[in-house]
Design a protein around this ligand. Structure first.
Ligand SMILES: [Zn+2]
Length: 321
């Protein structure tokens, strides 16, 4: 925290490497409550280790991270989510910072960029990107074994960098020392390796496409608890997030519902609701009707009601050439 206070605002740290003809970029703290990437950069800077190539280390939303009690605000109240600002508009404080970050990244051609995040809920580390290229999978393999192929256009950093090999890495839950360790180990690999893209590097990484969103039906309310509450439309099991990235077999409980109809919708890429294919009610109990793999299950009722409960992914069959 003292280092962050000393910085005071967004910062870009440049470090010379053994091969100064190449550059790699690390972005951290786009979200002020996701400290693992920042902690990894700080720990790495304290050790005298020369990177393989030049490095540019960007520490982004220092203002949100410093706001008491510290590492508690994704963004400041009333402000925009910085990682939704990279496709413009750029005419407010968050847009202006996004523009500055893009300018710093674009000032010199880089061979790769990683953007380090934490998430909520129990998750293994995984990468998110817009294209499962061999190079992107090789970057993900420095941190984990899963790549989520996102088709969403949200204004996230990587969407604004189509010509740069870049991935978002979700290292695990904020505040979990294991997430900090994943970030630091991966950062050492990213900055220390002479070559990032040796043949076969990303072959162990499973690619999951993210076509379906599970949302609460409009107008319903939600509780996250271990016990059903008959006053609430849907009670979602409190430890549901332990299933993140795991296959849930047919009949796995999800929660309890007080109406006779399914309380959720499952929207596929074509916009069709396929909830009745994947979920069923057994009395008040909501459970899976066929096997599925959920990811990004949230245990935050506010996020679940305003956005979605979780995603259902499928293993993408990739041709590896
Ligand atoms: Zn984030």
């Amino acid at each position: 925290m003292r280092f962050l206070e000393w910085l005071g605002d967004a910062a870009a740290v440049r470090v010379s490497g053994r091969d100064s003809s190449r550059l790699r970029i690390v972005v951290t703290l786009l979200h002020g409550n996701e400290p693992s990437g920042f902690r990894a950069v700080h720990a790495w800077l304290r050790e005298p280790s020369e990177p393989a190539v030049d490095a540019l280390l960007i520490i982004a939303n220092v203002e949100a991270a410093l706001t008491p009690p510290g590492f508690a605000h994704r963004m400041l109240p009333g402000r925009r989510d910085l990682n939704r600002c990279f496709l413009g508009p750029f005419d407010d404080p968050d847009g202006a910072l996004a523009r500055e970050i893009l300018d710093a990244i674009g000032a010199r051609k880089a061979e790769a960029l990683i953007d380090l995040h934490n998430n909520t809920g129990h998750n293994p580390s995984y990468g998110v990107g817009i294209e499962p290229s061999p190079a992107a999978l090789a970057l993900v393999s420095l941190f984990g074994r899963r790549f989520v192929w996102s088709h969403l256009q949200l204004g996230a950093l990587m969407e604004a960098l189509p010509d740069l090999c870049s991935v978002t890495i979700e290292v695990g839950r904020s505040g979990d020392p294991r997430a900090d360790a994943v970030a630091l180990t991966g950062l050492h690999r990213f900055l220390g390796r002479e070559e990032l893209f040796e043949e076969g590097e990303g072959e162990q990484v499973a690619v999951l496409s993210m076509p379906m969103r599970v949302c609460l039906r409009p107008g319903l309310d939600l509780l996250i608890s271990d016990d059903p509450d008959p006053a609430v439309d849907l009670t979602l099991l409190a430890d549901l997030d332990r299933h993140n990235f795991e296959r849930m077999e047919t009949g796995t409980p999800i929660g309890w519902c007080r109406m006779p109809e399914l309380p959720v919708e499952l929207i596929d890429e074509a916009g069709h609701d396929r909830a009745s294919e994947y979920f069923e009610l057994d009395g008040p109990e909501l459970r899976t009707r066929k096997p599925l793999v959920p990811i990004m299950i949230t245990t935050d009722p506010k996020a679940a009601m305003s956005d979605c409960l979780f995603y259902v992914v499928q293993e993408a069959a990739l041709e590896r050439s």
